[in-house]
Structures are given as structure tokens and as C-alpha cells.
Design a protein around this ligand. Sequence first.
Ligand code: ADP
Ligand code: MG
Length: 251
Amino acid sequence: MLEIRNLHARIADEGTEIIRGLNLTVKAGEVAAIMGPNGSGKSTLSYILAGREDYEVTEGDILFNGESILEMDPAERAASGIFLAFQYPMEIPGVATMEFLKVAMNAQRKARGEEPLKIPDLLKRVKEASGKLNIDMAMLKRPLNVGFSGGEKKRAEILQMQLLEPKLCVLDETDSGLDIDALKIVSDGVNALRSPDRAVVVITHYQRLLEHIVPDSVHVLYKGRIIKSGDKSLAMNLEENGYAGVIGEAA
Ligand code: ADP
Ligand code: MG
């Protein structure tokens, strides 16, 4: 589903190379975890997947279902089924969360050639998904993310992800800022999305999240490259021994 080949990317207006020859393959149905110390390029990779324009790909390719997405703008990528849950969700003053969800869901349906949802249908879906994520309907009347606590922002990201039913979900440090109860709720929400025709990329620098969202593969990102891949035991090993050993092996 996702194939990243020898990707090199830099900050567009500055030139510093952040991603330096990254290779990664994620199959449909797979949950892949990307781990790595702070500053290794995890968020940069997620932004590049989503199509943020601050970064410039200088070499390599990103294939989604066999087709290069490099020429696609962020809206086209979203329409094709790529979803990014942000490490730092943006506040959007003036746009009620419910209105945002309606517009996003209907845009996604339009891209799939489906009719817009009727209001009662829309409300039913939003209510059901919100309930499971422990999101109060009153919160959905407020502007998106404005004044939401860290945990509420993360739950709002997962709510969007569930309602938009993407093919490729990228979660950037969704565990940061969550207490144990919220972590459980958010993990259950992600696990509910596991499906044979969907891939999930979970970015985290703690193993903690991966006790709840058990990955099929684990990849260590360091200085813009994947330096080691393995199964979930790799994550446990990192938790016990830190990144130093893996970094030493790769050096
Ligand atoms: P991670 O998410 O793994 O902690 P990031 O992808 O956020 O790492 O950052 C990787 C490196 O790239 C860091 O050294 C960071 O300072 C730098 N970086 C990322 N984006 C920018 C930017 N827009 N301007 C300057 N430096 C950046
Ligand atoms: Mg980050």
C-alpha cells in the first residue's frame, strides 16, 4: 500500500536535508510503528506524506497503491485516502468542530463518488463515534481544537480519522499528552480501524503506546533513515536498552 523508496527531502527555503535515503514498505492490513529519538525526522516524514509544502523531495519516490503521490497536493492526497493525525493539532477559530466534520466527511464522500450524508445520518455517525471516544457532543459545538486540552485534541484527531475512513492512517505521537485512560480510549479507537484493506503507521518514541496498539512491524528512524526493522520485540528491546545500541550497530 505504501512504498517509500530512497527518499531524500529538505526544508524548502533553507536546504537542510532532514530525510536522507529512507526506505519503508507498509502492506495493506499492516500496522507499522516508527520509533526514533527526538529530532530524527519522524514528524517531517509524516508531513511529507501528507504533502506539506515546506519540504522539498530531492530524490526518491513515495508510492501509494503503486502510484507516485509526489505531484499530488495535500487535498488530492486526502481525497485518495491518506490521513495524518497531527502531533500538534491546529486550532481553527471560527469553525465549529461539527461543521468541520460535516464538510470533511462530505468532501471525502464526494471523492469516492458518494452522495453527501443526510443530516440525521451524519449526526448518528458522529454521535456514535464520539461516544466511543468519550467526546461530549457539547465539545463539537466549539471551534475545532480551540481551548481543547491536549487529550481532547488527540481524541478529536481520532474522531476525524474514524469518520473519514482513510486507507492509510498516519498517527504522529498520538500518545503524547494523554493520561492512561485517554491512551486506552484512543488506542481502542485506532484498533477499531484495523482492517485488511487499511494500513496504519504509528509514530511514537515510547513503547507504551505499542502495548495497546500492537504493531506488525517496528522501524527505527534515526537521522532521516530507517536504521533497523523488526517485529514488536524490537520495540520492547528499545524500551529496555534505549536507542544507543541500535544506533551503535548502524554506525
Ligand atoms: P521528530 O519528529 O523525530 O522529533 P522532526 O521531524 O520534528 O523530528 O525534526 C527533524 C529535524 O528537522 C529536527 O532537527 C528539526 O529541528 C528539523 N526541522 C524540521 N522541520 C524544520 C523546519 N521547518 N525548519 C527548521 N528545522 C526543521
Ligand atoms: Mg515529532
